[in-house]
Write a protein of this length. Structure first.
Ligand SMILES: C[S@@+](CC[C@H](N)C(=O)[O-])C[C@H]1O[C@@H](n2cnc3c(N)ncnc32)[C@H](O)[C@@H]1O
Length: 499
């Protein structure tokens, strides 16, 4: 791979005001896109780990499932994606950047000089600054780091797309300002979600901190973003008070507010912005040793709500791979990236497990469909211009003999049948444990047939003249159709022995 080969990728200006500023703040108008290190590409279609080289021509449009896993600094990987057809293609970005330690977000670069004052290619800060977390923080490089990634991420979002940034309360105020600036405030900001979890209390002279903050912004400002409404259980009281209906305040065309009956309460109440979700505890099958692992349920909820099946999901701080796992399980395509090799290994291991489970499920499904097919009887329809005869049955026998590998019953559909044909079938079935013949005779079969031939009413009538009038007496009426129908339903008119 020739690292000097690059393309310049243009980045649009940030959107909103007011802005947060810091020492060394600089916008990102272009980035250099180099070939990125794609570690693995997963295809659910072939249920295999694909040749990594093959993806560029096909992704993202021609792939219906699967994903791409990159190892490297996400600034490079995002620039690479922008230069390779992914601009405007991502429906949901979830990021959970490091927010407490600087060591792991430091960019690993090749320096041309040897001492700590050498400037890094394309960056303002020095090697010394890069490896000293305190210096980095003092120089506000964390903010610059996040600012650049957010600007690149915005370019990858589709018009219906969303970005969710996961952070804690130490950095949330800074990151919210950055998001306002890059994504636009007001109409682009949708929610601050609080993820509430329980853990062992710590010895601190303040209240126990047991929540994280997630900021959700949309690319569009006109509510055209994807949002699948989620519900949570209604309380018993709501269910009994409102008897199944809900009153919601809605704005009408003239700008006034009215209460309207909307969804059924049985769906539950529309989900709140505070989510209590358990962390992946050590006994959970999803638990990894990755220290900052987030619960599958948390990310799954975001993916379910903010994207649809087949959409592309991106996480460029993927850690233990929770976003890729969740997307893969929920039938979305995904892109994952991390700078840390251990993270890539953990993610790949988890993905292999999910892909194998899915492959197994697909195989089992196919197997059961095959069994179902085998249990479906072979159906032979005899032309309705004649009743079933032994000649038809001889032809059928030849047909069965041509398919010795098939083990399934045969259903004959006919209109009328000769007595000899019935005897033929009884004789044939007597000797066979499998491939038995069943007959559906449409005129008499109660389940499938039972249609009747309509014949005119027959009546016995006497007519007498009385002065200048005619007296018509109906002595008896007989409807062959009604009699047929009654016979079919209850056998009322059949001799007792035939019922
Ligand atoms: C808080 S963890 C993400 C945890 C993840 N959400 C999970 O459920 O496991 C942050 C991750 O960002 C990665 N990271 C930090 N700086 C990065 C960079 N410049 N490029 C790519 N990944 C980076 C770290 O290696 C770490 O794995």
């Amino acid at each position: 791979m020739d690292d000097n080969k690059h393309r310049n990728v243009k980045i649009r200006k940030a959107k909103g005001r007011p802005m947060l500023t810091w020492v060394g703040k600089r916008p990102l108008s272009t980035v250099k896109a180099y070939p990125a290190q794609l570690v693995e590409s997963f295809s659910a279609a072939t249920r295999a780990f694909e040749n990594c080289e093959a993806y560029q021509s096909d992704w993202p449009d021609k792939f219906e499932a699967g994903g791409l896993l990159f190892h490297g600094d996400n600034k490079d990987v995002l620039a690479h994606l922008l230069a390779n057809g992914f601009r405007g293609k991502v429906k949901l970005i979830y990021i959970d950047p490091p927010f407490d330690s600087g060591a792991d977000y430091v960019r690993k670069v090749q320096l041309r000089g040897t001492n700590g004052t050498t400037k890094v290619d394309g960056e303002e800060y020095t090697l010394g600054e890069q490896i000293q977390y305190e210096d980095i923080w003092a120089n506000d490089n964390y903010l610059q780091f996040m600012y650049e990634r957010l600007m690149l991420l915005r370019e990858l979002l589709s018009n219906e797309g969303s970005i969710v940034l996961h952070c804690d309360n130490k950095r949330s105020h800074f990151l919210r300002m950055l998001l306002d600036e890059v994504m636009g405030s007001e109409k682009h900001f949708k929610n601050e979600l609080i993820w509430f979890y329980r853990r062992w209390p710590t010895n601190t002279p303040s209240f126990q901190s047991m929540h994280d903050n997630l900021f959700w912004y949309t690319k569009s400002n006109d509510n055209s973003h994807t949002f699948n409404k989620l519900y949570e259980q209604s309380s018993e009281r709501t269910l009994s008070d409102y008897g199944g209906k809900r009153l919601t305040t809605v704005e009408t065309e003239d700008g006034s507010f009215v209460k309207r009956e909307t969804e059924e309460v049985s769906l539950g109440v529309p989900m709140r912005d505070v989510w209590e979700i358990r962390r992946e505890h050590t006994r959970s099958s999803e638990h990894t040793d990755y220290p900052t692992q987030k619960p599958l349920e948390l990310i799954g909820r975001l993916i379910t709500s903010l994207s649809n099946e087949g959409d592309l999901i991106l996480d460029c701080f993927v850690g233990s791979g929770t976003t890729c796992i969740s997307a893969q399980k929920l039938g979305r395509r995904w892109i994952g990236c991390d700078i840390n090799k251990g993270a890539i290994q953990t993610t790949a291991k988890r993905l292999h497990k999910v892909m194998l489970e899915q492959a197994k499920a697909i195989d089992e499904d196919r197997q059961s469909k095959l069994v179902e097919d085998e249990n479906t009887p072979l159906v032979k329809i005899i032309p309705f211009n004649h009743p079933l005869s032994p000649l038809d049955l001889d032809d059928l026998r030849k047909e069965i003999e041509r398919r010795p590998e098939e083990e399934r019953d045969i259903t004959i559909v006919c209109l009328g049948l000769e007595l000899k044909a019935r005897a033929w079938v009884e004789d044939y079935n007597r000797t066979r444990p499998i491939n038995k013949i069943n007959i559906i005779e449409l005129r008499s079969d109660r389940k499938y047939g039972g249609f009747i031939k309509h014949e005119p009413l027959v009546a016995s009538v006497s007519i007498k003249r009385h002065k200048n009038k005619l007296k018509v007496t109906i002595n008896d009426v007989y409807s062959p159709s009604i009699v047929q129908r009654l016979n079919m339903d209850d056998g009322l008119f059949l001799p007792r022995s035939n019922r």
